[in-house]
Design a protein around this ligand. Structure first.
Ligand code: 2RA
Length: 331
């Protein structure tokens, strides 16, 4: 299969290449795509060198599928061009996520909504992806009424400039700022810009995307998203209130059986998920599983995932895998 990766030289794009190789996705020809200034560079993929090309060149090369991670404006402009050329687009930007004509997919949750008509498919926001994988079995069994989530998001979610800011600050070096404040030895309770309602765009993504992916507008969601000085891996404290009561042992069992979830929960032996444990993993780690003793039918969880992998690249590749397996991509 001819696979284009648009934004191949970026942080998520490079992880997409890594994941495609690791998961042995049947790539017969890779088409790495970047801006004109990067065009001509060479990238290595599975021991072979490929030239980075422009968007126009990529369309002309007629890939079967294009994984995009090149920002919202590029996707707004270019994804329809690829789709019109008969190329299926799986886009990691926020450009299409809330478009009512586009599917927003986490394979473990709602891949079955995909049809042959879907030519541009949106990859959800990283902090949403890791949460809904855990919500799925619990919503099906106990029906979630409300979600209260606080996130602790790594700087890799912002990109290279933020990683450099953290590294510089840690070494006491002055450098360009990705954030309005120092991030080392600090936390910043702002991810993306503020909206009129006092929430940030990141918080609204979690609220709106969760309802769309779960296919249930009745789920009430509120979120506080926070940037922390961690190099990789997003963590989330999640409080769930259900319509129906639950048994804690059954909750554990449902989570343990959920595809894409690893239960890491043995507080007596200080075992719980941490970003260092999620690094380079495709699973979502869940622990600190306990009843919320302040509220009936309520549960507390702690969820950690590699935001560049399951939170972005791996989820996109898994969508392509699902589509290939179900005849929605040419074999
Ligand atoms: C972040 N979720 O962590 C956003 C975008 N990757 O910055």
């Amino acid at each position: 299969m001819k696979v284009a990766v648009v934004g191949a030289t970026g942080l998520v794009g490079s992880v997409m290449l890594k994941v495609l190789a690791e998961r042995n996705f049947p790539v017969t020809e890779l088409i790495p795509v970047a801006s004109a200034k990067s065009a001509g560079k060479e990238l290595e993929f599975k021991g072979k060198k490929y030239k980075v090309v422009t968007v126009d060149e990529a369309i002309a090369m007629k890939p079967d599928v294009a994984l995009f991670s090149a920002g919202g404006s590029t996707s707004q402009e270019q994804a329809p061009r690829f789709a019109e050329a008969g190329i299926v687009v799986i886009d990691n930007s926020s450009a299409w996520r809330m478009d009512p004509t586009k599917k927003l997919v986490v394979p473990e949750v709602n891949a079955d909504t995909l049809t042959p008509e879907d030519k541009i498919i949106a990859n959800p926001n990283c902090s949403t992806i890791q949460m809904v994988v855990v919500l799925k079995p619990l919503h099906e069994k106990y029906k979630i009424k409300r979600v209260v989530v606080s996130t602790y998001q790594s700087v890799t979610g912002t990109g290279v400039k933020a990683v450099e800011q953290l590294m510089n600050e840690r070494q006491g070096i002055e450098g360009p700022m990705a954030y309005p404040y120092p991030i080392d030895l600090n936390v910043i309770p702002q991810i993306d810009v503020f909206q009129d309602n006092g929430y940030t765009k990141e918080e609204m993504k979690m609220i709106l995307e969760t309802k769309k992916i779960m296919g249930d507008d009745s789920i009430r969601v509120t979120a506080t998203t926070v940037r922390i000085p961690v190099m990789g891996g997003h963590s989330e404290s999640i409080n769930l209130e259900f319509e129906n009561d639950f048994d804690l042992a059954e909750v554990r069992s449902l989570l343990a059986q959920q595809e894409g979830v690893l239960v890491v929960d043995d507080p007596a032996n200080l075992v719980y998920p941490m970003p260092k444990d999620a690094h380079e993993k495709d699973e979502v780690l869940v622990g600190r599983i306990r009843r919320d003793e302040s509220q009936d039918k309520a549960l507390n969880l702690w969820v950690v995932a590699d935001n560049l992998r399951k939170g972005a690249a791996t989820n996109a590749v898994q969508i392509a895998e699902y589509m290939l397996k179900n005849g929605l991509l040419p074999a």
